[in-house]
Design a binder for this molecule. Structure first.
Ligand code: DGI
Ligand code: FE
Ligand code: FE
Ligand code: FE
Length: 187
């Protein structure tokens, strides 16, 4: 599937704001793939589709989690987590994307996972640092992303976990496993 076709499919699923975010993730992911030796084609495709399910209803997402035998624990940490694994499922079903690396990068873009591959790290990070993001601390992560993919992902995770904790939100265990795993990789 080429870029134009993929963007057209995704545009119909998203708001204007989220579509612009997606274009930012696409550009950033291609740049990171170039820098860190991953497939630019896969980075482009995963980035374009990463938020495919962002606007599906909570009921539909919960139903897919249960029907498809995804971890039931996903249902107990707020609904923001669901669009990533559910998105990977729907992108396969509805858009016919079969590449497992691409689907995994979509599935894990919100929490990461332990022992992420380079493409997964790239999509996780591109989602955090694309030019439209204005989180406190995002510039520090952008700087780290120029030289060290793992350190940049660690800093993004630290910021996200800190933000969630300040808001008394639950931390999904996989988010912590992601942090521990990245730390082990750099030490
Ligand atoms: O979909 P985006 O907004 O582009 O970004 P995303 O897929 O990274 O989702 C960000 C949201 O996910 C944000 O509201 C924080 C939430 N999130 C990320 N990790 C965790 C989490 N929420 C909980 N409860 N626990 C987590 O570990
Ligand atoms: Fe997302
Ligand atoms: Fe993210
Ligand atoms: Fe996103």
């Amino acid at each position: 599937m080429d870029r134009e076709e993929a963007l057209e499919i995704v545009k119909a699923q998203l708001t204007e704001h989220r579509y612009i975010h997606t274009l930012g993730v696409m550009e950033t992911a291609i740049e990171l793939a170039d820098r860190y030796g991953a497939s630019k084609e896969k980075a482009e495709l995963a980035a374009i589709f990463h938020d495919y399910a962002k606007f599906r209803s909570k009921d539909e997402m919960r139903e897919i989690v249960m029907q498809q035998g995804m971890p039931e624990s996903l249902l107990h940490y707020g609904t923001e987590l669901l669009h990533a694994p559910v998105g990977a499922y729907l992108v396969k079903e509805e858009a016919g994307i079969e590449d497992l690396e691409v689907l995994e990068a979509i599935a894990n873009h919100t929490t990461g996972r332990a022992a992420m591959g380079t493409l997964e790290k790239i999509i996780f990070l591109a989602d955090y640092i694309e030019p439209g993001r204005i989180f406190p601390g995002v510039d520090e992560v952008r700087q780290l992303a120029k030289g060290n993919l793992n350190l940049a992902c660690i800093q993004a995770l630290k910021n996200t976990v800190g933000f969630l904790m300040k808001q008394n939100q639950l931390i999904y265990p996989e988010t912590i496993y992601t942090y521990n795993s990245l730390l082990a990789e750099v030490n």
